[in-house]
Write a protein that binds this ligand. Structure first.
Ligand code: MG
Length: 452
C-alpha cells in the first residue's frame, strides 16, 4: 500500500512538498544523519533550478557541516553530475537537491554514492532510523564542524567524461554536424546540455534553457509536453529534438519530422548503438519496453529485468556486469560512466548512432523492435493487496507472473503491470503489446480486474 502522507522515503532519498512535509528542520536532520553515517567525510551537494533549491540546499549543507562533513557545493547541476563529482573530489557521497519530474511545489534530497560505488540499501534504513530520533546523530562542537567550498569545475568534467567514452563517436558527429533543438524545461540541464552539444560540434537551437526553474511545460518529457519542441524541430529543419526533465537524468527524442518517438525509444536507440560497438549484458527495470530485451537478443546478449527504482537497476547492472541499461522513462545508464541515469550520456549515444548511420532518426527508430504501450494512473483507494489478488487471478494463468514490484504478467512478450509508485501516492497500471489496439484492450482488462 503506498504511503498516504506526502513525505516519501525510499532507496533514493526523501521527497516532499515544501512548506508542508518538507521543512528545513527535516532536511537538515536527514542530511546530518547521512553525514554522520559517512563519518563526517567530504560530501558533494548540487541542486536543480527549482525556486526552493537554495533554501533546501542551505539546510542540507548546514546539517552536513554540523556533523563535521566538508561540503563541496557544485551549484546548479544535473543529478548525474553528482556521482561524477563525488569521484572527482574523492568524496564519500553526495546529495542532489531535486524532486526530478515532480511538480514545482515538491523538492527532495537524493542521496548518491560515487561513480563506482553505490550506496547500500541498508544505509538508507540507517539514515531514516537516525533522522527519526532513534540513535544519536554525531553532532560536532564549534571547532569540529565541516568546511564549505564552492566549485564550478564539474561542467567541464562531466562533458569530458561523456566524450571520452569509446561508444561516443565524436568524429562521426563532428563530420555530420547534426542540427539539434534542445528543450531543457528551464531545469538543471539548461547550461550543461547545450555546452555538451556544442562540444560535439552540433548546431544547437535552445528552447526552455533559462535555468530559473519556472517550468514552461509539464516536467516529464512525455509527448503531450513537447509541443514547443516539436514545432521548433520543424521550423528550424533540425535533424533531431531532445527533451530533458528538470534534473536532466531523463531524455526523450523528437524525430526530424517533429514527431515525438516516445521516451521508451531513447533506451532502445542507445542500446542498439552501444551493443553494436561493445556487446555485453543489458539490464532494464520491470516497466521498461520489451523492445530493449529484443535488441539485446538480436545482438545475442543476455537481458535482465530489475525492480523499478534507479538504485535497483544500478545494483543489478553491477552484479550482471551490464554494459548498458536503464529505464524506459528515458533513463540511459552506462556503468563505465557512473551508475545513474544520465541525459547527457543519452544525447551523446543517440547522436553517435545518428551520425554514424547517416540515416534520419525516424528511420533508425523504425528499424528497431517496437511495442505499443497503454498506461494509466489511479488514486490508491481500498485494499491494494485485495485488488492485486484479483489482478493475479485474472491474468496469472495466461503468462509468466513476476511479483517483485506489484504484479507483472508477461504473455509472449506482451505484458500487463500494476504497481504502487515509489515517488508519488499513485497506482500505475500499464500494458504493452504489438499493436495499439491490443495494448488498450489489455489495459482496460487490467483496470477492470483491479476494480478501477
Ligand atoms: Mg529526473
Amino acid at each position: 500500500m503506498p504511503e498516504t502522507s506526502e513525505l516519501k522515503r525510499s532507496v533514493s532519498g526523501v521527497r516532499g512538498i515544501v512548506g508542508d512535509t518538507l521543512t528545513p528542520e527535516l532536511v537538515a536532520r536527514h542530511a546530518a544523519a547521512f553525514g554522520s553515517l559517512l563519518s563526517g567525510d567530504k560530501v558533494v551537494v548540487a541542486s536543480d533550478t527549482r525556486p526552493t533549491g537554495p533554501m533546501i540546499k542551505e539546510a542540507a549543507i548546514s546539517g552536513l557541516q554540523s556533523v563535521g562533513c566538508d561540503v563541496i557545493d557544485i551549484g546548479i547541476a544535473p543529478t548525474p553530475t553528482v556521482p561524477l563529482a563525488v569521484t572527482h573530489f574523492k568524496a564519500a557521497g553526495g546529495i542532489a537537491v531535486t524532486a526530478s519530474h515532480n511538480p514545482i511545489e515538491w523538492n527532495a534530497l537524493k542521496f548518491i554514492g560515487s561513480a563506482t560505488q553505490l550506496l547500500s540499501p541498508t544505509l538508507f534504513d540507517r539514515i531514516y532510523y537516525l533522522a527519526d530520533g532513534n540513535g544519536r546523530i554525531a553532532y560536532r562542537g564549534w571547532d569540529k564542524i565541516g568546511s564549505r567550498t564552492s566549485s564550478l569545475a564539474m561542467l567541464n568534467v562531466h562533458i569530458r567524461r561523456v566524450l571520452s567514452l569509446k561508444q561516443v563517436a565524436t568524429r562521426a558527429v563532428a563530420r555530420r554536424k547534426p542540427k539539434v533543438v534542445l528543450d531543457a524545461v528551464n531545469g538543471a540541464g539548461s547550461v550543461y546540455a547545450p555546452a555538451l552539444l556544442r562540444k560535439l560540434a552540433c548546431r544547437v537551437v535552445e528552447i526552455h534553457c533559462r535555468p530559473d526553474g519556472r517550468f514552461p511545460r509539464g516536467t516529464e518529457p512525455l509527448p503531450e509536453n513537447l509541443k514547443d519542441l516539436c514545432a521548433a524541430v520543424v521550423s528550424h529543419r533540425a535533424d533531431i529534438g531532445f527533451a530533458l526533465d528538470p534534473d536532466a537524468d531523463r531524455l526523450a527524442v523528437v524525430d526530424e519530422q517533429g514527431k515525438p518517438l516516445g521516451e521508451e525509444r531513447t533506451l532502445v536507440l542507445a542500446t542498439e548503438w552501444v551493443l553494436s560497438r561493445t556487446p555485453g549484458p543489458v539490464v532494464i527495470n520491470l516497466s521498461t519496453t520489451q523492445a530493449v530485451l529484443d535488441v539485446a537478443k538480436s545482438h545475442k546478449q543476455r537481458g535482465y529485468t530489475a525492480k523499478v527504482g534507479e538504485a535497483n537497476v544500478a545494483a543489478m547492472m553491477k552484479s550482471k556486469r551490464a554494459v548498458i541499461g536503464g529505464e524506459g522513462n528515458g533513463g540511459v545508464i552506462m556503468p563505465s560512466l557512473h551508475p545513474g541515469r544520465d541525459a547527457m550520456l543519452g544525447m551523446a549515444l543517440v547522436l553517435s548512432y545518428l551520425s554514424h548511420a547517416d540515416q534520419p532518426i525516424s528511420q533508425l527508430s523504425a528499424g528497431l523492435p517496437m511495442y505499443y504501450a497503454a498506461k494509466t494512473r489511479k488514486a490508491p483507494s481500498g485494499d491494494w493487496q485485495d485488488r492485486l489478488n484479483r489482478f493475479a487471478d485474472h491474468f496469472g494463468t495466461r503468462g509468466q507472473i513476476d511479483t517483485r514490484d506489484g504484479i507483472k504478467v508477461t504473455m509472449d512478450g506482451e505484458s500487463v503491470h500494476a504497481r504502487a509508485s515509489n515517488t508519488e501516492p499513485i497506482i500505475r497500471i500499464s500494458a504493452e503489446a504489438r499493436t495499439h489496439k491490443h495494448a488498450r484492450e489489455l489495459l482496460s482488462a487490467a483496470q477492470k480486474s483491479l476494480g478501477y
